[in-house]
Ligand binder design. Structure first.
Ligand code: SF4
Length: 411
């Protein structure tokens, strides 16, 4: 096999990592590096954005250690039967790249995943070696996100959590049946066991006020997972049900939804077209409602149809349009929990509404100022100087609030 340059490996292994939906915005970012030479100086290969535990948006070098893989997951471009160009970094190469990019201020951290080579233990050990070297040998203080290889030894997971800020184990498919069909070498029980181990370690690392000794640090940014949307027949109801179960069962910080990307030579068992990206977006919105707005899955799905979310309007608006009898709500009196159900009002706006109304009665202009936009809110609230009259029940309301369809860009 021809020896690849480090630059070529970076191109291959950052491209191969783009299907890992760990980022708020996947894909690379162009960087200007006038006057400098070297790897990544023009393309910014593999640099993506993610959110740190404190909510800051940070740049990460997102790469695979290797895209060789002994597994043959049908949905994955890196599967053993795929005809893609293969590459593999050494541990030292990943360490060096990370440090170089970090010193040049291109990145604030590393997201590292890998195809499975030799065995889960061997692969996980390689990932851990990168993290250990960065932290111990180079005192790297940047953000580290490591993928967990299911079925790797518990000691390796424990050490991964010692060095990494975040760990993630991909659940992959919304249902066990989907995983068994499309990723025959992966076992749902092994993925759940890995997540449960991480949860156990995260629980142990939670400080106990009564205890004197500080617990050992373990992945302070918690664990997350990824689900592929649209490769199997699971509907949005099944996807959100699984996500809700994962949040409670494994104390997940985040479920990432990744719209399935058809592979040109993929088996005919898979759909030939990707699901609309809007489906992925609506799932993220619904997930947000579950985590921060007190909605449960059946309520959200009641806003959609036949197990799918409404693609034309966001899930909170879809729910409100089907539950108009609950509106309008008086912004000067309604409970915070009910205000969370008003389309167009976010948690911060609601906190400001609740704080402000202690001092004076809110008028529509106050709500508009606080929320930043009033069009979506107006039909669902009453204020000191406003009542929507027949607007809430107007048959044309949905059409008026649905954003006009956009022409997709070709470039
Ligand atoms: S284990 Fe499956 S999903 Fe992961 S890299 Fe290998 S083929 Fe792809």
């Amino acid at each position: 096999m021809a020896t690849l340059t480090l630059r070529r490996k970076l191109a291959v292994l950052s491209d191969a990592a783009k299907y890992d939906a760990s980022c708020a915005s996947s894909g690379s970012e162009k960087r200007s590096s006038a006057g400098t030479k070297g790897i990544g100086s023009t393309e910014g290969s593999g640099i993506c954005h993610s959110y740190a535990p404190d909510g800051r948006c940070i740049s990460l070098l997102k790469i695979l250690l290797t895209n060789f893989c002994v597994y043959d997951c049908v949905y994955c471009v890196n599967r053993s039967s795929s005809n893609v160009e293969r590459a593999r970094f050494s541990v030292d190469e990943v360490v060096r790249l990370t440090l170089d990019f970090y010193k040049r201020n291109y990145i604030e951290g590393l997201f590292l995943s890998s195809g499975i080579i030799r065995s889960p233990d061997y692969t996980m050990e390689q990932l851990v070696r990168v993290a250990r070297s960065l932290r111990q040998d180079h005192l790297f203080a940047g953000y580290l996100h490591l993928k967990v290889i299911p079925n790797a030894a518990p000691e390796l997971l424990a050490e991964a959590g010692r060095w990494a800020d975040r760990l993630s184990t991909n659940i992959e498919m919304p249902t066990d049946a989907g995983l068994e069909t499309l990723a025959p070498e992966k076992k749902p029980s092994e993925i759940r066991t890995a997540m449960a181990r991480l949860r156990g370690k995260l629980d142990e690392a939670t400080p106990d006020k009564a205890a004197r000794a500080k617990p050992e640090k373990f992945a302070p940014a918690g664990q997350s997972t990824q689900m592929i949307v649209g490769a199997d027949s699971a509907d949005d109801h099944a996807i959100l049900n699984r996500a809700a179960g994962l949040y409670t069962g494994y104390k997940l910080r985040r479920v990432y939804y990744s719209a399935f990307s058809p592979i040109p030579d993929a088996s005919s068992r898979l759909p030939l077209r990707p699901p609309p990206l809007m489906r992925e977006h609506r799932l993220y919105q619904a997930d947000w409602l579950i985590r921060f707005y007190g909605f449960d899955v059946p309520e959200i799905m009641a806003g959609g149809q036949d197990g799918l979310l409404d693609l034309a309007v966001d899930p909170k608006l879809a729910w409100a349009l089907k539950n108009r009898a609950r509106f309008p709500l008086d912004v000067n009196r309604a409970d915070r929990e009910m205000l969370l159900r008003v389309p167009g009002l976010g948690t911060k706006s609601i906190d400001r509404i609740v704080a402000t109304r202690r001092h004076h009665r809110l008028r529509l202009a106050d709500v508009a100022r606080i929320s930043g936009s009033i069009d979506k809110v107006r039909p669902f609230i009453e204020a000191a100087d406003w009542t929507p009259g027949g607007l809430t029940d107007d048959a044309r309301l949905r059409a008026r609030l649905a954003p006009p369809p956009e022409q997709m860009s070709l470039f």
